[in-house]
Design a protein around this ligand. Structure first.
Ligand SMILES: [Zn+2]
Length: 466
C-alpha cells in the first residue's frame, strides 16, 4: 500500500533522478527558471524522440490510411477566430483577495489547500477578522489561454499573432491541400507532432501542466454519419490504449474516462480521456495523493473545424465522394496525446526500487540507450581498443544509437548507473574477449549475465526491439 507521503516522495525521487541523469531540467534554470517550461537533457531528448518515433511508426508508417504533416506554429490569427479559440479557449480564473494568487476556479483541491493555508496563518496570529464574512475570492472571470506574440518589422504596425494553443488547426486548414496532393480518400487521417503553447493559470506537477508542450495527434476524417463516426471513434479509442500498453505501461494504471456534458471542449461531440493513476493529485507539490490524470484525449469533433474554416475563409472545405457523387463536410475523430505527459508517465511507471538499486524498467524501444559498452579495465589498452571497436560497430553498423560508453570505476557501479538510466543491456569486454571473441551481456531487469559471441550482440539486442 502506498500512502500520501510515499506518493510525494516518489515524485521528488523522479524529479531528482530526471535532473541528476539528464532527463529533464527546469527551463532557464540559471536565471531562476520560467514557470511552466522545462528543458530535456541528453537522456530526455532520446526518450521523447523514441516516444514520437513509435507514435509515427504506428500511426503513419504502419497504415495506408494516414499521412503526416508538419504545420507552422504561427498561423494567420483568423484561423484561431474561426476555431473558436479567441472566444472560447478560456479557463475560469479567480484571485485570492488576501495574497492575489490566481487559480483556476475549477481546481477545487488547490483552492481548498490555499484557503487552509490562510486559515492556519490567521488563527496563528489570533485573528480571523480580515477574512470575516467577506468573500475570500474574486468572482470568476474567463481567462484566455492563447499566448500572444507580435510579428512584423515596423514597430507600430506589428501584427498580433498567437502561438498555437493546439496543433490541430494546422491540420484542418490543410485538409484541401492534402486531398489535392495525395491519393487519400475518406476514411483517412492526418497525423502531426509538434509544440503548442498555453498561458496556464497554474502550471505544475512537474512537466504535467506546462505552458510550452508537445502534442502527438491524429485527425481522422470520416463520413458525417452517426454510425460511421461511432465505429471509428471506438476503433481509435482502443488503438490508442493498446499503443500505451504495447510500450509497457502497466494496465492497472490506465483507464478510460468519459467527459461530463459540461466538461467537454467547445468543439467536442463526445470526449474520452485515457488517464494515468498518477502519484500526484490536483493539490500539487505541497500536498500529495494519487489522482487519475489525463494524458490523451479521444474526441469526436463533428464537422466543427471544417465548417468554421469554410465560413471564415470563404473556401470550400467539402469533400467530394465519388461513390455517392456527393459533397459533404466530413466528421473528425481526433486522438490527441501529450508527448511530455506520456514521457512523465512512462518514467513514473518504469521507476522501481530494489534492495540495492534503482531501475527504470523502460520498454527497450523507449530506453534512451539500448546498450552500454564497458571495457573491464580502463587502463588496459588492448581491452579499451577492442571495446571501442565493438562500440563503433554497434553505433554505426547496427544503428543502435546512441550507445552508452563507460570506463569509470568498477563494473558494479557502471551497471547501477545504466539501470537508473533505463539501459536494457550492458556489454563487458574482458580478457576472454581477447582470446575467444566473446563478451558478457547483462540484462537490466534480471541482472543475469551470459556470454555470447561478439558477432551475436546486435542480433541479441535487436530481437528485443522488434
Ligand atoms: Zn491567498
Amino acid at each position: 500500500m502506498t500512502n500520501q507521503s510515499e506518493n510525494s516522495d516518489l515524485m521528488s525521487k523522479i524529479f531528482a533522478l530526471a535532473k541528476r541523469r539528464g532527463f529533464i531540467y527546469p527551463g532557464s534554470e540559471i536565471y531562476g527558471g520560467l514557470a511552466g517550461t522545462w528543458d530535456y537533457g541528453p537522456l530526455g531528448v532520446e526518450l521523447k524522440n523514441n516516444i514520437k518515433r513509435e507514435f509515427w511508426k504506428s500511426m503513419v508508417y504502419a497504415r495506408d490510411d494516414v499521412v503526416g504533416i508538419d504545420a507552422a506554429i504561427l498561423m494567420n490569427p483568423k484561423a484561431w477566430e474561426a476555431s473558436g479559440h479567441v472566444k472560447a479557449f478560456t479557463d475560469p480564473l479567480i484571485e485570492c483577495k488576501i495574497c492575489h494568487q490566481r487559480y483556476r476556479a475549477d481546481h477545487t483541491e488547490e483552492i481548498e489547500v490555499h484557503e487552509a493555508g490562510h486559515t492556519s496563518e490567521v488563527s496563528s496570529i489570533g485573528s480571523k477578522a480580515h477574512l470575516g464574512g467577506e468573500q475570500m475570492w474574486t468572482e470568476p472571470k474567463q481567462f484566455n489561454l492563447l499566448v500572444e506574440a507580435k510579428l512584423g518589422v515596423v514597430e507600430d504596425a506589428r501584427q498580433k499573432v498567437y502561438l498555437r494553443g493546439e496543433i490541430t488547426q494546422g491540420v484542418h486548414v490543410n485538409f484541401k491541400n492534402v486531398l489535392d496532393s495525395t491519393r487519400v480518400a475518406i476514411p483517412f487521417g492526418i497525423a502531426q507532432i509538434g509544440k503548442a503553447f498555453r498561458n496556464e493559470i497554474t502550471p505544475g506537477n512537474f512537466t504535467f501542466r506546462s505552458r510550452e508542450f508537445e502534442q502527438m495527434e491524429l485527425q481522422f476524417y470520416v463520413k458525417p454519419e452517426g454510425k460511421e463516426s461511432k465505429k471509428w471513434y471506438e476503433y481509435w479509442k482502443e488503438e490508442r490504449m493498446k499503443w500505451y500498453l504495447s510500450l509497457g505501461m502497466t494496465k492497472k494504471n490506465l483507464r478510460f474516462r468519459r467527459h461530463e456534458e459540461g466538461e467537454r471542449a467547445h468543439y467536442a461531440k463526445d470526449a474520452w480521456d485515457i488517464e494515468y493513476d498518477s502519484p500526484f493529485s490536483a493539490k500539487g507539490g505541497s500536498v500529495s495523493g494519487r489522482g487519475w490524470k489525463e494524458f490523451e484525449g479521444i474526441h469526436n469533433r463533428g464537422d466543427w473545424d471544417l465548417s468554421q474554416h469554410q465560413k471564415h475563409s470563404g473556401e470550400d472545405m467539402s469533400y467530394f465522394d465519388a461513390w455517392s457523387n456527393k459533397h459533404y463536410l466530413p466528421y473528425i475523430i481526433e486522438t490527441s496525446g501529450g508527448v511530455d505527459r506520456a514521457a512523465l508517465f512512462f518514467l513514473i511507471d518504469a521507476y522501481r526500487e530494489e534492495k540495492d538499486r534503482v531501475i527504470l524498467k523502460l520498454h527497450p524501444k523507449l530506453a534512451p540507450y539500448k546498450v552500454a559498452v564497458f571495457p573491464l579495465l580502463a587502463n588496459k589498452s588492448d581491452l579499451v581498443k577492442k571495446a571501442r571497436q565493438i562500440y563503433s560497430q554497434l553505433t554505426i553498423n547496427h544503428l543502435l544509437q546512441p550507445v552508452a560508453w563507460d570506463d569509470r570505476g568498477n563494473i558494479g557501479k557502471r551497471y547501477l548507473a545504466q539501470d537508473e538510466a533505463g539501459t536494457p543491456y550492458c556489454i563487458t569486454i574482458d580478457f576472454d574477449t581477447l582470446k575467444n571473441d566473446s563478451v558478457t551481456i547483462r540484462d537490466r531487469d534480471t541482472t543475469k549475465q551470459k556470454r555470447i559471441k561478439t558477432s551475436k550482440i546486435a542480433e541479441e539486442i535487436s530481437s528485443k526491439l522488434s
